[in-house]
Design a protein around this ligand. Structure first.
Ligand SMILES: NC(=O)c1ccc[n+]([C@@H]2O[C@H](COP(=O)([O-])OP(=O)(O)OC[C@H]3O[C@@H](n4cnc5c(N)ncnc54)[C@H](O)[C@@H]3O)[C@@H](O)[C@H]2O)c1
Ligand SMILES: O=C(O)C(=O)C[C@]1(C(=O)O)C=C[C@@H](O)C=C1
Length: 309
């Protein structure tokens, strides 16, 4: 299947240089893949953008939106001839996809990804790739609670972090090219060891999602009359949790199953801290509560200052 829409609308040269890539193949084209496709097209960074998705309906949608010039459920056919392959599906699909695309990858091609965990990506993808195909794992720390190709937008990555976790001995040119792409999307690029990434994200992203899923789950398990009051009066804090708890269930299932150790460690610490708070409330230890809330308020101010700096 093909579509000339996007190809014709691609600028001939990127600002400050020509396209970074020839053919870019997205495997999975939901919120993140479609945002990247839009950013590549907007900035003229690719000569050709194609995609593969699990269902024909998603392929058709990507063509209809003008995100790609070709789309197929056959991932191997889409990566053939690509100099950049971007895995943009839930991380639990990576091992199978890597096995399927590996025989079709062009020598010298770069395979990157956007998965929210990084050790599992290296574990699941690297063993399948032939010599001379370069793996550069990445994670844009940017997103929304929405899914699918319609949900993406080119500006999603502006002023956000993108963490790259190249394994030891990764091809330097490939790493520099992927970093360049993210910088051109407006992201701040940071390099990390995959294991460190997984520990940091367990606290900054995975635990908050787990807490949101739990709170909203607890509310939905309340008796019917209380539940309707919760929905009716939900404002402020609870409302913010419902946004996060509306995130894609399959994506988050895969994140927790693939960052098991770091998440379990952080849940353990969280449980200890919540037990200490429970105790302080039971024994009326207001000074303990106030001391903690004063410290956390300072953290929030630090986060805002860091964002504005
Ligand atoms: N949503 C976020 O906030 C966010 C942020 C950063 C990174 N990520 C990571 O990005 C990846 C994609 O997330 P998203 O939010 O774009 O998801 P999404 O649900 O919007 O899109 C997922 C895409 O993957 C495709 N897909 C699913 N299973 C597949 C399979 N077996 N083979 C081929 N394609 C398949 C779907 O058809 C869809 O096109 C995930 O690994 C996630 O961890 C998500
Ligand atoms: O803003 C949101 O909706 C998000 O949850 C985005 C968020 C995050 O936790 O910050 C979620 C998962 C990703 O891996 C990266 C970003």
């Amino acid at each position: 299947m093909s579509n000339e829409l996007l190809v014709e609308s691609l600028p001939l040269a990127a600002a400050g240089g020509g396209p970074l890539f020839g053919r870019v193949a997205f495997i999975g084209i939901g919120l993140i893949g479609s945002s990247m496709a839009r950013a590549l097209a907007k900035l003229g960074l690719a000569r050709e953008i194609v995609c593969s998705a699990r269902s024909q309906a998603t392929c058709d949608k990507a063509l209809e939106l003008g995100l790609v010039s070709q789309a197929s459920t056959d991932a191997g056919a889409m990566v053939a001839g690509a100099d950049l392959v971007v895995l943009c599906s839930p991380v639990g699909t990576y091992a199978d996809l890597a096995a399927r695309i590996a025989p079709h990858c062009t020598p010298g091609a770069i395979v990157t990804d956007v998965g929210s965990v990084k050790q599992a990506v290296i574990r699941d993808v690297a063993p399948h790739l032939p010599e001379g195909v370069h793996l550069v794992p990445g994670h844009p720390v940017a997103g929304t609670e929405h899914s699918g190709p319609e949900a993406g937008f080119a500006e999603l990555f502006e002023n956000r972090w993108c963490i790259l976790t190249p394994p030891a001995g990764a091809n330097e040119e490939a790493v520099a090219k992927v970093a360049d792409m993210w910088r051109r999307f407006g992201s701040n690029v940071e390099f990390m060891e995959a294991s460190h990434h997984d520990k940091v994200l367990a606290i900054t992203s995975h635990l908050p999602h787990l807490i949101a899923y739990t709170i909203v789950g607890t509310a939905t398990d309340l008796e019917e009359d209380t539940k309707s009051e919760v929905i009716k009066f939900s404002a402020g804090g609870f409302r913010d949790f419902t946004r996060i708890a509306a995130s894609d269930p399959v994506m988050w299932r895969d994140i927790f199953l693939n960052n098991r150790e770091a998440v379990l460690e952080i849940i353990q610490r969280f449980n200890e801290d919540i037990t200490a708070l429970q105790r302080a409330i039971r024994w009326g230890e207001g000074d303990k509560l106030e001391e903690l809330f004063t410290r956390t308020r300072a953290i929030r101010r630090g986060v805002i200052d860091a964002k504005q700096a």
